[in-house]
Write a protein that binds this ligand. Structure first.
Ligand SMILES: [Ca+2]
Length: 286
């Protein structure tokens, strides 16, 4: 347990910390434009009840050189949902608990060098998450043993990447291709019924800068609930970082992840990929 930073606090602090970031986002993005990327692709009706004012969210964050360094905060984040890991399928059956995606059982046919379908985790393995990107698609990294002898940890994209990236859950990692943006929309697992979640967290590897990687949380009206930077790792290569935020009520309609400040192509600073996604049980919108 080295340079671990464990924090669990109310949002008065993170809000202050991210005031600059939030302001930059508002100034530099046409929020409606990119929000419509995910919304338009699914033809989602935006006629839901207006979200109620949110109470202070809880922020769980940690970084370190090994999985043990972020384990405590990840377990605390899991516990914040109550219940259990609701696994695969059974959409609409749970009011508490969480879903998890560790990418590790994604078959070779949908792993590097192949693409992973954006709806894999609501179709092939229904857990209520569908991904969107401004890039060319999504990829899960290869296992050490695979039919095409593809290198692990995105060594198929650049030979140095297996040294830059490490895993929280061996062996597979996840990235968008041609973009550092991944949006996630939630559904009642296995169904086309839109849903919201109480919180969302992700593991990142090789975050080097304190402002290269962030998660933004949006409600059903497209309003930004919180933008939070991911803490950089403690080592130059192979570090792990975790950020998870739990809200008082399940009003997170979409999360937008910025993973690093470069697309995954060359070893430039600051390339970042993702491991485990953990989020509250998707609750169908009424
Ligand atoms: Ca994994």
């Amino acid at each position: 347990m080295s340079a671990q930073k464990q924090t669990l606090h109310k949002t008065s602090q993170p809000e202050k910390k991210n005031m600059k970031t939030t302001s930059l986002i508002k100034n530099s993005f046409n929020k409606k434009h990119w929000l419509s990327l995910a919304i338009a692709a699914f033809g989602l009706p935006l006629t839901f009840n207006p979200a109620v004012a949110s109470a202070a969210p809880q922020v769980f964050e940690a970084f370190g050189a090994t999985p043990a360094d972020i384990q405590t905060q990840i377990d605390a984040f899991r516990a914040s949902f109550g219940g259990q890991n609701n696994g695969i399928g059974n959409g609409g059956k749970f009011t508490d608990g969480r879903r998890e995606i560790n990418w590790d059982a994604v078959p070779d046919a949908f792993s590097a060098p192949n693409l992973m379908p954006a709806n894999f985790f609501n179709s092939n393995s229904p857990r209520g998450a569908v991904f969107f990107t401004l890039g060319t698609g999504f990829q899960v990294s290869a296992n050490s043993s695979n039919p095409t002898n593809t290198p692990v940890r995105f060594g198929n994209i650049h030979p140095v990447y297996p040294e830059l990236f490490s895993t929280f859950s061996p062996q597979k990692l996840f990235t968008a291709l041609g973009s550092n943006i991944t949006e996630t929309l939630f559904f009642v697992p296995g169904m086309t019924h839109s849903a919201t979640v109480k919180g969302f967290g992700a593991v990142f590897t090789d975050v080097n800068a304190d402002d290269s990687t962030m998660i933004e949380y949006f409600d059903v009206n497209g309003s930004l609930l919180l933008a939070q930077n991911v803490l950089p790792g403690s080592t130059h290569r192979g570090s792990l970082s975790f950020l998870g935020v739990t809200f008082e009520t399940p009003n997170v309609f979409m999360v937008r992840i910025t993973s690093g400040n470069r697309i995954l192509k060359t070893p430039n600073r600051d390339v970042v990929v993702m491991d485990d996604f953990i989020y509250g049980e998707p609750q169908g919108l009424r």
